[in-house]
Write a protein that binds this ligand. Sequence first.
Ligand code: SAH
Ligand code: SF4
Length: 433
Amino acid sequence: MNVYDSERMADVLRPLGYATTDTAEGADFVILNTCHIREKAAEKVYSELGKLREMREKRVAKGGNGMTIAVAGCVAQAEGEEIMRRQPAVDLVVGPQAYHQLPELLTRTARARGERIGADFAPNEKFDALPVTRGTEGVTAFLTVQEGCDKFCTFCVVPYTRGAEWSRPVKAVLEEARALAGRGVREITLLGQNVNAYDGEGPDGKPFTLAKLAYALAEIEGIDRIRYTTSHPNDMSDDLIAAHADLQTLMPYLHLPVQAGSDRILRLMNRKHGRQKYFDLIDRIREARPDIAISGDFIVGFPGENDRDFEDTLDLVRRVNYASAFSFIYSPRPGTPAATMAAHVPEEVAKERLYALQALLSEQQVAFNQSLAGRVLPVLFEKKGRHDQQAIGRSPYLQSVHVEGGDHLIGQIANVEILSGKQNSLSGKLIQS
Ligand code: SAH
Ligand code: SF4
């Protein structure tokens, strides 16, 4: 979502004459778009800010222009005033629901440096104020359809930094998707912290489900592939599962985080579902779409997690068999209920569990990738590879696919015979048709 947000910030600043650059070095305006989900991500912001300040001082000492420094995203939302205190070089702080106000904030900052404005929640205003046209390059694009979260998992800051669940109206989503298709985008990934809780207003004033939205998007000329992320198990509705069976545009890949395999920990996490419910759900999804690749997120070392709980997580992973997954050591986030829970798991124990879990997940990922050898898959080619005439695309299961002699196919979908599967990618050869 931060990638999407950063693109949209560039969109609102473009009319002011700003263009994006690859390095901060010569920039007039630098925005750090931040993440607050784990402590490490939040702390990185301060070290980056230190570097930017030095860069600016050097430039000014050489007689060059100053540089406006902004912090955006969820760290800005959660720690606005503290950022200003800890790093006075910051000129402005803008929360994730206010980046449409960047042009105005920039202008004001020029006069009165150091204001903190725009960290209140009003996502509808933001989306209404954003330009419909986007400066996206490439054949795949993100499209935010839902923001915020009402679930309040005890470890998570999202409900506090992104606010309550809110869905964009169908009309606005379709307009943006049409504009993207018009620019050559073939694959859209619908984004939301709880994307499958989508209930945006449809044309008749009644809410659409995510499945209905997917059907409507599939009608758009040029949109050949639809993905969505991230889903919560409790919002995996029957019509969405059914859509996986009959909507070919919907890619056979589902990111469905479970976080832990122990019912006791799931309860402490306030996930509102147990392991059996997750297994049943996975069964129903696989019945609808047998080849679907499942991915997930895991947290190890949640307060009170013991060896048996962790064994339950490993057992769940073995039973589900993931195509890919992210896993993290629990990071206490200020203000969340879990941060004050007793029974802290020692760092070494958490690390050991993380390594064991990652070894298992990585084994499953390699096995899944290797299992595709010999299959013919439609690949959407996105960019040139490192070798001459090599092209890199995506399989329906989201792996990168490397193909020699495919560079004329960028922007197109072509059939590829998979030759081998590695840890993070597949390689294949073009099937001439
Ligand atoms: N809405 C999604 C997840 C959003 S956050 C869901 O419900 O699954 C992305 C991932 O970050 C989470 O799935 C979780 O695995 C991880 N995460 C969130 N808070 C964390 C914390 N305090 N410590 C470690 N990992 C965390
Ligand atoms: Fe965070 Fe996801 Fe839980 Fe919401 S559902 S609180 S975003 S982990």
